[in-house]
Design a protein around this ligand. Structure first.
Ligand code: ATP
Length: 326
């Protein structure tokens, strides 16, 4: 592999708080190591349209605390085509870029794996998604902040639920993964969680609510991940209301507030470590790997493995949820 003199960085897919901290770390670590850096606007879309800008230490000043991403993000259909990726490669060559650092989720890494193999260009991935659904890292950038947002907001819902003795179904993000629902459920003292990984047992939920909410609780909160398979928060709430007209049932969808806001200290530190480690990986001539944090230590995992293997929900946390919600 040739020495890396000039790199480009982009953010792609769903935005997550802490992406800016990762961009800052990439840019400053690269400059520290005498590598030139370019920023690509709007993810892979900017590679195709040649929306590529120079970056220096100052261009990432005062962003570590900001949510969103200064490089913007996008979902690019064209990058899924051979023609689109050819344009992207030609633009990178035009700018003299030798390697790419991509910050995003599994879709972003799928694109990176294909592009890296097609054009033999070294690519390093940094996991940035509030869903925490990537194998090979205990935490993805944005997850901790989103978890705190879920917890703060469920606390607020609890106040009103308790005042009116209501049962709330609160939908949180997670199309394929229940990490936000599980940890958010434990952190907010929810009575139950419904997640895509576990088939919803309506009878069990019904018994649980009858014995808990009806008999002894002043309020109940069920966190429902948006990808839950039995129809989501609205459908389940409707069914429970129909079966129990005496329950005062409400639904709250937390929605996009979970993506926004200032990143937590944990996300800022993880993003800073991962950003610097992505540059370090290129200096070590690594390619087509994702940076991960496992047991608090930086590690590198091939895209292929990160994409193929599925991270499961922590069994001991699921058991804890059951124990604490009696
Ligand atoms: P999140 O987990 O937050 O949704 P993500 O990275 O998974 O983030 P996606 O929209 O799935 O978000 O993927 C981001 C981009 O990666 C896509 O818009 C597309 O440009 C590229 N991409 C995804 N899949 C492929 C593919 N099979 N081939 C080429 N590019 C792809």
């Amino acid at each position: 592999m040739d020495p890396v003199n000039k790199i480009a960085v982009l953010t792609s897919g769903g935005d997550a708080p802490g992406m800016n901290a990762a961009i800052r770390a990439v840019v400053r670590s690269a400059i520290y190591n005498k590598i030139e850096v370019k920023g690509v606007m709007r993810g892979y879309e900017g590679l195709i349209t040649n929306d590529i800008i120079p970056m220096d230490s100052k261009s990432v000043s005062n962003i570590i605390q900001r949510g969103g991403t200064i490089l913007k993000s996008a979902r690019s259909k064209d990058f899924k085509t051979k023609e689109g990726r050819e344009k992207a490669y030609n633009n990178l060559k035009k700018h003299g870029v030798d390697a790419l650092i991509v910050i995003g989720g599994d879709g972003t890494f799928t694109g990176a794996r294909i592009f890296g193999e097609e054009y033999n260009i070294p690519i390093i991935g940094i996991p940035g998604t509030i869903d925490n659904d990537l194998f090979g890292t205990d935490y993805t950038i944005g997850y901790d902040t989103a978890l705190n947002t879920v917890t703060e907001n469920v606390d607020k819902i609890r106040d009103t639920a308790s005042a009116h003795s209501r049962l709330f179904f609160v939908e949180v993000m997670g199309r394929d993964a229940g990490f936000l629902a599980l940890r958010g459920g434990i952190a907010s003292g929810a009575e139950a969680i419904l997640v895509p990984e576990i088939e919803t047992d309506y009878k069990r939920l019904d018994n649980f609510l009858t014995n808990g909410f009806k008999k002894q609780k002043s309020s109940s909160i069920v966190l429902v991940a948006e990808g839950e398979k039995a129809g989501g928060a609205f459908n389940i709430a409707e069914k429970v209301s129909k079966d129990h007209p005496d329950y005062d049932v409400r639904v709250a969808i937390l929605g996009h507030i979970q993506r926004g806001g200032s990143p937590s200290a944990f996300d800022r530190v993880s993003a800073s470590r991962m950003g610097a480690s992505a540059v370090e990986a290129l200096l070590q001539k690594k390619k087509n790997v994702m940076v991960g944090l496992v047991h608090g230590e930086i590690c590198y995992i091939p895209f292929e493995k990160a994409l193929k293997d599925k991270k499961g929900l922590n069994k001991s946390l699921l058991d804890l949820m059951d124990i604490l919600s009696i």
